[in-house]
Design a protein around this ligand. Structure first.
Ligand code: FUB
Length: 344
């Protein structure tokens, strides 16, 4: 829902019409990455705070400093905040803006993947390791070599290989890496360095992880999203092209790559036959929520599929103070996801 219409919203009425409620209310949480480890649900969200930064199109107002892990015994049970799992002050290479994280498990260790701006103002992606899904996590001294931009999502395939999907345009800086190195020109512009509207949109990225999950096994590759004619989505197609919030899940043997369209506020998806793609655009999963950003994950819990997402209903529309929610998703007989409308 575009931010200019927020002042006209009756939040009492909106909250009655909402298909789900915030999972926790004592802190603001966003960008939920949900997993089931050992039969329990763990949500790795951003921890939104009001740091007093002014709103801008680079997202400077998203000035988060730490991560809390939220856990639930079952999808209907109360959500529990496990406290600070990692703070920016404990990450040697990071300066600020602890944005959307993800986590995964391997051989009894838990890995928190997170983006942050380094002291040079450039987003990189780091890893922190712990013995418990709720942390605490100890950060590696350096970011992942060859990483850049934001919004890591680490998917474990059925054969035991792990892949990181990542990237985000505008404040997420993906467009500044088109020539393989960071382009610092026009620092205030979120759209400088984007392709022309009639050219292919920028692709999210994928890299297979090394066996220890601490590095990329190869240089990051493009994740191609195609239209119904097999052509790459164009930069001007902002109702469908990738903006940020990559996620991967597998359903009936197919790979579902989902993402946010950012400035048009949709969560969309595309389907492919292997983790690298290409993926063919398949539709919308979630119509716009209250607040500028939309960011999600998809997780199977006890045989049903759920969309974890956020909105700014609890803060009555404050863009950078969001709350994590969950709603069931269903598929039709062709494997298409039935679109959710967040308010009835
Ligand atoms: O939470 C900060 C940023 O906002 C995330 O990294 C984006 O996906 C958007 O939700």
């Amino acid at each position: 829902m575009p931010e200019d219409s927020i002042e006209h919203i009756d939040f009492e009425d909106l909250n009655k019409r909402a298909i789900s409620k915030p999972l926790v209310k004592h802190i603001y949480t966003a960008d939920p990455s949900a997993h089931v480890f050992d039969g329990k649900i763990y949500i790795y969200p951003s921890h939104d705070v009001d740091a007093g930064e002014a709103f801008d199109d680079l997202g400077s107002h998203f000035a988060m400093e730490d991560y809390h892990v939220i856990s639930m015994d079952s999808i209907d049970s109360e959500a529990f905040d496990n406290g600070v799992a990692l703070h920016v002050n404990d990450v040697p290479w990071a300066d600020k803006q602890m944005w959307a994280p993800d986590a995964n498990e391997k051989d009894g260790k838990y890995y928190l993947f997170f983006p942050a701006k380094g002291h040079d103002g450039i987003f990189k992606i780091g890893v922190a390791v712990g013995d418990s899904p709720v942390g605490p996590f100890i950060a590696q001294p350096e970011p992942i070599k060859g990483s850049f931009s934001i919004d890591p999502a680490v998917f474990k395939d059925d054969d035991g290989d792990y892949y990181m999907y990542f990237g985000g345009i505008w404040g997420g800086q993906l467009q500044r890496w088109r020539e393989g190195k960071f382009n610092a020109d026009s620092p205030e512009s979120p759209v400088a360095h984007l392709p022309a509207d009639n050219k292919p949109a920028l692709c999210p990225k994928i890299a297979k992880m090394t066996d220890d999950l601490l590095e990329f096994a190869h240089e990051a590759k493009d994740v191609l999203i195609l239209d119904e004619n097999g052509q790459p989505l164009l930069n001007g197609d902002n109702q469908r092209r990738f903006f940020e919030a990559a996620w991967m899940h597998k359903y009936n043997g197919k790979y579902y790559f989902s993402y946010s369209t950012g400035d048009t506020h949709f969560i969309c998806y595309a389907i492919g036959d292997n983790p690298y793609g290409p993926f063919t655009y398949a539709g919308r999963i979630l119509e716009p929520v209250v607040g500028w950003t939309s960011h999600h994950s998809i997780c199977e819990v006890a045989g049903k599929w759920y969309l974890f997402y956020h909105d700014s209903s609890l803060s009555e529309g404050v863009t950078h103070l969001r709350s994590v929610k969950v709603a069931e998703i269903t598929y039709d007989s062709d494997g298409k996801i039935n679109t959710l409308v967040p308010y009835k």
